[in-house]
Design a protein around this ligand. Sequence first.
Ligand SMILES: Nc1ncnc2c1ncn2[C@@H]1O[C@H](COP(=O)(O)OP(=O)(O)OP(=O)(O)O)[C@@H](O)[C@H]1O
Length: 246
Amino acid sequence: MSTSMQTNEDTEQTPEATETALVDVSRLSKLYTGQQEIKALDDVSLKLHAGEFVVIRGASGSGKTTLLLTIGTLLRPDSGTLRIAGKEPYNLSNDDRARFRADKIGFVFQQFHLVPYLSVLENIQAPALTNPHVSKDDAIRLMEQFGLSDRSNHLASQLSSGERQRCALARAMVTNPSLLLADEPTGNLDEVNAEIVMKSLADFAQRGGTVLLVTHDLRNSEFADRTLKMSNGRILMEETGHAESN
Ligand SMILES: Nc1ncnc2c1ncn2[C@@H]1O[C@H](COP(=O)(O)OP(=O)(O)OP(=O)(O)O)[C@@H](O)[C@H]1O
């Protein structure tokens, strides 16, 4: 089955289920301790629904990456609750949480995080290591969708920045995740490639996937259903659309 385009259609959704938030963040807090205590998340609440594209904007150090890592089940909060698709991932064992993450969540980062000595196709297929549903056919289809077919055998280290990010996006989508988390995904790209990436994320959301993107770049909001502003570990206000968060 096609991967990138099959979010809502392939999951059995009752009317009740579609009304339930895919991601329900309730009163998350996270304090970094060390030489200095920093409250990176301060009582953050947020709901993300299936098919929503939400941007969180904020200055450097406002807590955006911490929020993304916490929602990505990679950084345990000190308090508060995270529910994704009705489950509380931080209540699962480490192994079960890793499986849950591999199954439900795709990540896109500013720095791409491709494996430099693997080819484009091998990079896109890499999630097969942790997700048994990833097939070569899906990887090839995404490679075509992102205009990388003629680079199939190039090593990731031989790609341009735009090609690397498109490859990283294809890799993030090959598992057909419910949720895509993106941290400054256009930070290293020129305008043309940035637009390709943003349109691909918007397309993913239009087909039923949920996208949460954190950035300091105002231009990314153009593609979002909602933009929230973050400052000092708190979500301050909704910049566009209807209010949903604290
Ligand atoms: N591992 C850590 N240990 C201690 N403090 C940290 C750690 N990670 C982040 N911080 C601090 O927590 C605050 C929030 O950091 P975070 O990376 O979430 O912000 P951000 O909004 O993503 O910033 P940027 O846009 O610069 O990436 C910052 O003050 C940062 O210095």
